[in-house]
Design a protein. Structure first.
Length: 174
C-alpha cells in the first residue's frame, strides 16, 4: 500500500491527508482507504518523530473522521497493534471502540480492531462548512490532484510524497 498509494488508496476513492509544517514539509499523514459501500478504513497514520506529542496525530485523526463524515461514510474502522498504546488511547479519545479482531485482516501484526462510533461526549464531528477553512489550514487534504500550490500540482501523489518527505524523512507508522 505504501509503495503505490495512488493505486491502493486513491484509485478506489480513498483519501490521503498530510499535516504540513510552516514550510510545507509533511510532518504527518493518515489515509482513508475506501472499501466500497461507504466503508472506510483509517490507515497509515504516521507522525514524524520530532512532532510526536504536539497534537499532530490528534489533528490528523480528527480531520480524517471529519472527512469520513463529509464523504457520508457509514462504517469507519482501523486495525493496529496492542503495543501502540498512545495511538490506541488517541483513537479511543475520539470515539473509536474496541471490537473483536477481524479474521480476514490484511495486516499480519494487527491484533486490535476498532470501530468509530458517534458519541456526543467524544465526537465534535459535523459536516464541514466554509468557515472551517482556517481551522483546517494546518491539515492539507491531499485529494489528488490538489497540492500546496494549486497552480503547480505534482504529476502524482507519489511525486508529492517524495518531494515533501524526501528520502531522508522517516515517518513511523502507528
Amino acid at each position: 500500500m505504501l509503495e503505490d498509494p495512488e493505486l491502493h488508496i486513491l484509485a478506489a476513492g480513498g483519501r490521503i491527508l498530510f499535516a504540513l509544517d510552516q514550510y510545507g514539509a509533511a510532518i504527518g499523514t493518515v489515509a482513508l482507504r475506501h472499501e466500497g459501500n461507504s466503508v472506510y478504513e483509517l490507515t497509515k497514520m504516521a507522525v514524524g518523530p520530532d512532532q510526536r506529542g504536539a497534537g499532530v496525530g490528534r489533528t490528523l485523526a480528527r480531520a480524517a473522521v471529519d472527512l469520513f463524515v463529509a464523504l457520508e461514510g457509514t462504517h469507519l474502522y482501523l486495525e493496529t497493534n496492542s503495543r501502540l498504546g498512545p495511538a490506541i488511547s488517541l483513537y479511543e479519545s475520539i470515539g473509536f471502540e474496541h471490537r473483536p479482531r477481524r479474521p480476514d485482516s490484511h495486516y499480519g501484526r494487527a491484533d486490535v480492531h476498532m470501530v468509530w462510533t458517534t458519541r456526543p461526549e467524544t465526537s465534535l464531528v459535523r459536516r464541514a462548512v466554509p468557515t472551517d477553512a482556517a481551522r483546517l489550514a494546518s491539515v492539507a487534504a491531499m485529494t489528488f490532484p490538489m497540492a500546496c500550490d494549486p497552480m503547480t500540482p505534482p504529476a502524482s501523489i507519489n511525486e508529492f510524497i517524495r518531494n515533501s518527505c524526501g528520502s531522508s524523512t522517516q515517518l513511523s507508522t502507528s
